[in-house]
Design a protein around this ligand. Sequence first.
Ligand SMILES: Cc1cc2nc3c(=O)[nH]c(=O)nc-3n(C[C@H](O)[C@H](O)[C@H](O)COP(=O)(O)OP(=O)(O)OC[C@H]3O[C@@H](n4cnc5c(N)ncnc54)[C@H](O)[C@@H]3O)c2cc1C
Length: 434
Amino acid sequence: MRASRVSASYGARVAIAESGRFGGTCVNVGCIPKKLFSYAAHFREEFEIAAGFGWTVEEPRFDWATLLANKDREIARLNAVYERVLTLAKVEIMRGRATVLDKHSVQVNGKTVTAKHILIATGSWPVIPPIPGREHAITSDDAFHLDRLPRRALVVGGGYIALEFASIFHGLGVQTTLSYRGKRFLRSFDAELGERVAEEMAAKGMTLHFGGEPVAIAKASDGLEITYSDGPHQKADLVLFATGRKPNTANLGLEKAGVKLAADGAVIVDRYSTTVVDSIHAIGDVTNRINLTPVATAEAMWLARTLFRGEPTAVDHENVATAVFANPNLATVGLSEEKARERFGAIDIYKTSFRGLKLTMTQHKERTFMKLVVDRASQRVVGAHMIGPDAGEIIQGIAIAVKVGATKAQFDATIGIHPTAAEEFVTMREKAAS
Ligand SMILES: Cc1cc2nc3c(=O)[nH]c(=O)nc-3n(C[C@H](O)[C@H](O)[C@H](O)COP(=O)(O)OP(=O)(O)OC[C@H]3O[C@@H](n4cnc5c(N)ncnc54)[C@H](O)[C@@H]3O)c2cc1C
């Protein structure tokens, strides 16, 4: 979408082939509906918190069918907006599955189209491991269209999609287990974030199971029976695997056209998102670099600039901020403590943990956590991490400072907004570790 529109704005003649719905994973079965569900799930705690402020809230009731219908209406609206945007940009729309024939031609619905440049932006798809009974399990794609909410759900995985769906189910009143074969969630994040978010999720009543994974799923009279590699059995009405996604390159004709793929199927590209075939390019999840929407759209704009504005622009994957919309939210930018230690040797760590002001008149004990990672030699803040309400909103602002290389002294010279949680990022004075 983005590559088409921006390339057209630079004067290129562009056609786009789409086999599904406009907006791709993010709009249809990713970021957007996920965040809408996440808002829905968070209301449960908001009703409880409201009581501490004097509100009487009658026993809240949740209706899944209403959420689903409203979500579908919003997604349909977005699909139409996206299509209109393409039409206005004079991009030719071809509905159907495309395959690559050679370095300059593509086939869509039996029709061959030739072009100077071909861009592969086919994304990725969720995979369920080949265990007995896998047909009883679902993926995140299916979770957006469930006829009804299960009574008991098992979510499998330790990445952000697993944490988010476990939080969604739990918030909507489903008895939820989150099972991860490793020891700590969110492996690529700062270790403390993974540990602390697990503590908070457990405190909210989710059942967490580490160190084992489902090896079989069988239908039982009262739901599904799950057997784990480390021994236990469990019953659930729904099993959602969020254990990984694969680049969408199967039967796309890429190898025949000379494009090199990695072992996991990802298209191999250079810093300009070009494959070994100089007329074929690839961006987004299909290249399995950083699988996030804003990264895919940035790669699209850099490629359009390279190809059609005569400004070769290499990808910049440094300091990409990201959030996990679990309950609690968490977000991060830059290096984890572990990565910073590896890269710089001497580092300083600043951190704080507190109960947010909004919770002080309630029974809720959740703690907000913030951490800054500073390179000792240059005093630059090289990582900022947070668990707590609106972590994504807050870290987005901090990300600008980290991206421009702000020092700890510059953070300290910034006057905070009081009373906020975010002000703690500019008032952490005591080193917690070095
Ligand atoms: C549950 C979930 C939640 C997520 N949440 C977030 C989030 O909060 N924030 C975030 O930044 N990212 C999130 N992501 C990741 C984000 O959705 C992806 O990184 C992003 O969509 C990648 O964009 P893309 O253009 O590479 O691929 P996609 O969005 O997958 O688009 C690929 C498109 O290509 C089409 N297609 C595939 N093959 C063909 C073919 N042969 N011919 C024609 N068309 C084809 C598909 O129909 C699809 O429309 C989430 C993903 C999931 C699954």
